[in-house]
Ligand binder design. Sequence first.
Ligand code: FA5
Length: 342
Amino acid sequence: MQNKINEIKKYILEKIKGIKNLKECQALRVEMFGKSGKFTELFKLIKDVPAEEKGKVGQILNTAKQEIEGLISDNERKMSEEEINKEIYSAEKIDITLPAEKCTGSLHPRTIIQREIEEVFTSMGFVVEDGNEVETEYNNFTAVNVPENHPARDMQDTFWLDNGEVLKTHTSASQNRILKKYTPPIRAIFPGRCFRNEDVDASHENTFFQLEGVIVDKDVSVGNLIYFMKEMLSKIFNKPVEVRLRPGFFPFTEPSFEMDVKCPFCDGKGCPTCKNGGWIELCPCGMIHPQVLRNGGLDPEVYSGCAFGLGLDRMTMLSTNLNDIRELNSGNLKLLKQFKIK
Ligand code: FA5
């Protein structure tokens, strides 16, 4: 019996050396342990063994069976790993000689809106300025007349850096630099990413975009502000629009307003976009506070100015009919790719 077992082991070791795939390995298992497999046949011989030796022979056979099964199983595992790796490799294989795939990328809808607005304003003589994302406390707050104890300066509202600087909470942080850079007449817009330490929901993000504008000259009035905003909106919505001003409050403008636009989708009749109110809150604005002009090196007795701070994400939502601001930062290509340049 022992000789037969040794023969089978030798046979298996030889066979395993030549096995090339999982299928062959599985065939070997059947050859050994199938219904009339080599090893199964050995077990059948037990019936001819004298009764007193049956136990011992049975033990020898079982030990040998475990050993042989172990060998086959190890080999099966190895073959199966090799086959999986082969599959993954061939699926990921890149043929660098193939022609390049057609590029299917598109601009982010917010970028599309930003570019459209920039185009309208530049056609009206505005320059487009860039702003920093990390700002000094002075530029973000003090230069625009935000008092020392104003709640906007709190940790709960603002991301403070260890060095005392902040992640810009609004594009107004660039006003001071721009007032100092140019001599009036000034017409500038400055889009930029802003950060606020606040809870995210369908209409609030902690990272969002604004597009700010300033106009500074002799005798600038609220009329100029209304004119430029109406021009911009009419071009964006492709039709004449109406705006209205409500009183607002900002430390950097006096007087301050909230500008609403008559819903361009229903002409003020009421629809889901304007929540049936007929008007859509568009952007805060106002006449630049004399102290802000002074901080920018301009004499408020000579010059006056107006400013507005448009929420770019909300403007994008308005023109794309998206109702959750989080979609804009989601990286959800299925959604974002739908918006093409006009
Ligand atoms: C300001 O940030 C002022 N600096 C705007 C301003 C500029 C006023 C110049 C006067 C003169 P406010 O906090 O309201 O204002 O933000 C302006 C716009 O930014 C909002 O109308 C809104 O569209 C957008 N916005 C503000 N916070 C968020 C937020 N968490 N998520 C998305 N958009 C926001």
